[in-house]
Design a protein around this ligand. Sequence first.
Ligand SMILES: Nc1nc2c(c(=O)[nH]1)N[C@H]1C(S)=C(S)[C@@H](COP(=O)(O)OP(=O)(O)OC[C@H]3O[C@@H](n4cnc5c(N)ncnc54)[C@H](O)[C@@H]3O)O[C@H]1N2
Ligand code: MOO
Length: 403
Amino acid sequence: MLMQAKPQFDEFDDVFESLMSRVTALQTTEMVPLLAAQNRVLAEDIFSPMNVPDKAISAMDGYALNLKDGTAFLKIAASQFAGPNISEPLAKGECIKIMTGAVIPDNGTAVIPVEMAAIQQRLDGDYLFNPKNELQTQHIKTVGSDIKLGQVLARKGTQLNAKLIGVLSSVGIAEVEVSKRSKVALLTLGDELGTPGKPLANGAVFNANWYLLESLLQKQNIDYLGHWQLQDDLQEIDCKIQQLSKQADLILSIGGSSQGDKDWMPKALSTAQDFQRFKLNMKPAKPLLYAYSGKAHVLALPGNPIAAFFSFQLFAVPFLQKLSGRIYRDFSQPAKESLRLTQAISSTSKLRWMPVIKQDCECVPLQIGSSQLALLCQADGFVRIEANQDYPLGSRVNYWQEL
Ligand SMILES: Nc1nc2c(c(=O)[nH]1)N[C@H]1C(S)=C(S)[C@@H](COP(=O)(O)OP(=O)(O)OC[C@H]3O[C@@H](n4cnc5c(N)ncnc54)[C@H](O)[C@@H]3O)O[C@H]1N2
Ligand code: MOO
């Protein structure tokens, strides 16, 4: 009797959850100089060790005075610059000239900006008209008005960016404890793969996934171990995975993951401690393999370039984020941003991830075949189109920017 296998599909949300449950953040940490910490993930909560400013300072170039001093004209007794604090408390009947950032004398209550000050020149020096209490603002930055002593500046798991690095330096921090970067290796599989820059053999295609994935990996906070292009040869693949799993935290492979006679990845991974083979009920990026050997995770992504791109965005990016101790992008949850469709999309039986061009609050969906990388270049990000659902013109869809 002729038997036809019934395809059994896996739903995206289940696969996503199952994969993410297999990742735990790397526990190893290291101290790095703050200036080398861009994109690194904090392994500690950081509390401010000081007030900023730590003394009351002037917000303007002007004159510091005590508004409660009853004298109508205050003698300008000295000049105070940003830097060492030389000033004594203001004497009765006196004020001082003060520059932006300079420390306010203890009993100073306000600064009158130079352009608003009424100055009277007398033989014994210059005098400032004391407006008493008529000022709109005192122009004084009080102690801790920017940052308070003990205030939380950043939580463990936060990825450092230029702004945070600036904040931490402003409280005198010069090095931070961060999670170690995950070590990632990239494999591309296929006898047909040619190398850009070299002549293309008969029937070959240039190894675009190598360049695409390596470039995407360069944007991630990882320690990249390198790329290896392998033939469709089970022994070669086995050998490389075994060798790399001694050093890598994650091995990403592209191609050879489906049902062809030379698609060796399922066989190569099948003996791993934990092996999962998924056939996702979605388009693109239907096949996906996961394995864990006790040392390294392996994610085997499909070879079609658009499928490789989406598998990377949907699975590899959150996987790497979780590995590095970050809050990961959870594609089973609504996105932070939603956009209105400029075209209606009719229902199909599969979940779809569609590249889109973003135009303010709207998006133009792009119909892209599984290898049409050139078309993907037009996209700014992608949206999630649920199975069995019609999307009339103007429908709101969840939108994610590419990472
Ligand atoms: N009988 C079935 N056939 C296929 C199925 C299926 O379910 N049943 N799924 C299809 C889908 S969907 C995808 S996606 C692909 C995935 O297959 P593989 O992961 O085994 O990928 P390959 O067969 O190695 O390559 C597919 C395609 O992509 C080109 N390719 C591969 N690597 C690269 C690279 N590094 N740079 C540029 N192009 C690459 C390759 O030449 C093929 O044209 O399977 C379908 N088949
Ligand atoms: O999953 Mo394949 O992604 O459509 O080419």
